[in-house]
Design a binder for this molecule. Structure first.
Ligand code: UD1
Length: 415
């Protein structure tokens, strides 16, 4: 497994272009199955999770062409309806394929994605939504078989605004008979991107971005071209990288309103931020002020930014209280930061972080995607040489992280 070697102590300065969104591209890639034709996508990030999704699409019978950030998928000859267990285990978000496969084939077989490093992550809400749509579900030996004669529009009230369950329900309902209404739907911008994509394909989806989504089933979908939205979590990560190194960052290709809660918290921590159309400028103070955060479904502070922001709080002035409300086990990275001198107490969903003046370099291990990114930023903020091991987690979701940081003046190498 590879590591990053980071020589800390450099102020990050310069311009970063935000890549296409991981969490928007995964459901959109999955949705390419629905039209039984051609899907041309632009701005697809070059990350391991997107590559895995393309591998599964190929196994299902799609023809896939990829050049840099452009992907063309031809799903006219879909042969399989089973998601292989090993790939399901490797990438939890492959569960998002279930809704599209059922929508297209009226049957799908997949397995439980398995436990994950940030929490149990069950899929009960996905399965409940499928059942409501008239899909019967048989579970045996860890395999889940979904079948139906037809998918029938219905009312789905989600117990929790799960992003994945909302997306899966939308995907399964696009080609259904009649109207489906999802209440207590997740409101994340990636769901709005999925809606835009599907409607361009000829679907009739309304209300994404609110907690009620209406899908009017159509008989057939058509070929489509689409440009994936920018990654709001990558954007937030680079702003925090600037904030932790007393730097000056200009983000381009960003949608500022998607990251308002992150901007607000950075301002509260004394960063100067200017927003202009699709650009954000950040000037960091010498030392950040400690602020409290609570993760919440969108439009609240995103759980995917908790680790990166938590790393910033370890070197802030004062004490920060962090409450993680979405996943029950998302503080593993903190144990690694403690090896670098962070002062943290964790109890259940709450972490109390007492800011120290400086972290020191150490050998640390990534524990998950965002936790890994947090360790990289912590390494950049020390005055020594840090090794971040197990970077396969980071490569799942950040495109060219090393190169982008190098362009900002960081000293970071692959080992
Ligand atoms: C998506 C994102 C992930 C982000 C998360 C929350 C993708 C590919 N991933 O994950 O980066 O951190 O949203 O913003 O888009 N839950 C259940 N039962 C279910 C489904 C979810 O109990 O059937 C629980 C989960 O365990 C978790 C919470 O609901 O505690 C939120 O999960 P969910 O919104 O579904 O996250 P994902 O879609 O998996």
């Amino acid at each position: 497994m590879s590591s990053y070697i980071i020589q800390g102590g450099k102020k990050l300065e310069g311009v970063v272009k935000v890549s296409g969104s991981k969490n928007a591209s995964l459901p959109i890639l999955a949705a390419s199955i629905l039209n039984g034709g051609t899907t041309k996508l632009y701005n697809v990030p070059n990350i391991h999770d997107a590559q895995k999704m393309l591998e599964i699409l190929k196994l299902l019978g799609c023809k896939v062409k990829k050049k840099e950030n452009k992907v063309i998928i031809d799903s006219s000859n879909l042969k399989n309806y089973e998601i292989p267990e090993n790939l399901m285990r490797e990438m939890r978000s492959s569960v998002i394929l279930a809704g599209s496969i059922i929508g297209r084939n009226k049957k799908a077989t997949f397995s439980y994605p398995g436990g994950c490093d940030i929490g149990a992550r069950p899929i009960d809400l996905h399965l409940k939504a499928f059942e409501k749509l008239g899909i019967s579900i048989k579970e045996e030996g860890g395999k889940i078989e979904c079948t139906c004669d037809k998918i029938k529009g219905t009312k789905i009230d989600l117990d929790f605004p799960s992003v994945g369950a909302t997306e899966n329900a939308i995907l399964a309902a696009c080609l259904a008979e009649g109207e489906t209404i999802i209440t207590n739907a997740a409101r994340e911008p990636e769901i709005m991107d999925l809606e835009k994509f599907l409607n361009r394909m000829g679907a009739r989806v309304e209300g994404a971005g609110t907690n009620q989504i209406k899908i009017t089933g159509v008989k057939k979908l058509k070929n489509v071209e689409y440009n994936i939205m920018p990654d709001r979590i990558e954007a937030g990560t680079f702003l925090v990288a600037g904030a932790m190194t007393s730097g000056k960052i200009e983000l381009i290709n960003v949608v500022p309103e998607h990251i308002e809660p992150i901007i607000n918290k950075l301002q509260e921590a004394n960063c100067k931020i200017e927003v202009e159309n699709n650009k954000i400028n950040l000037i960091a103070p010498k030392r950040l002020k400690a602020v409290d955060i609570k993760t919440m479904p969108y439009p609240g502070f995103p759980t995917d930014m908790q680790a990166v922001f938590g790393a910033a709080m370890t070197i802030s002035k004062g004490t920060s209280v962090i409450v993680e409300n979405i996943f029950e086990n998302r503080y593993k990275y903190m144990q690694e930061l403690v090896r670098m001198g962070a002062k943290v107490t964790i109890e259940g969903r709450t972490a109390v972080v007492k800011g120290v003046k400086k972290l020191h370099a150490a050998n640390v291990k990534s524990t998950d995607l965002r936790g890994g990114a947090a360790l990289v930023l912590a390494g950049l903020a020390t005055n020594g040489i840090t090794e971040v091991e197990e970077i396969q987690y980071i490569l799942r979701g950040y495109e060219n992280l090393e190169k982008k940081l190098t362009n900002l003046g960081a000293k970071i190498y692959l080992k």
